[in-house]
Design a binder for this molecule. Sequence first.
Ligand code: HEC
Length: 105
Amino acid sequence: MPATANAQQADGERLFRQRCGTCHSPDPGQNRSGPHLAGVIGRAAGSIEGARYSKAMRESGVVWNDEALDNFLAAPRRMVPGTTMTVGVPDAAQRAAIITYLESQ
Ligand code: HEC
């Protein structure tokens, strides 16, 4: 892997721990206040057994790919009105790093 990709992934892991880790585990089977995010790419929104979801998320019909994640993280309630996840990541480069990290999980 080119050094820049490695650096971006490391950055993404650090950002994930700081910005998402309180509420989301990267390990399957471990739900915090938010669902775990192992294998989130390609997953239907609101589909983790045992996680606490809003009705809005369960009924959103979203499938998480790069673009959907980027939109959601930029402004969660704009994409899924009524979601209980209210914190976003306004910085596009930080979103990209976090998404790269999630793809590697
Ligand atoms: C304060 C707690 C909190 C933080 C911080 C947080 N989330 Fe969330 N997240 C939630 C909750 C709660 C939900 C469920 C939302 C719902 O059901 O409406 C959620 C849902 C999600 C979902 C949808 C998952 C699914 O199974 O459909 C994704 C993707 C997500 N969060 C990504 C992130 C990322 C990436 C970060 C860090 C940038 C982050 N979240 C930060 C609480 C949080």
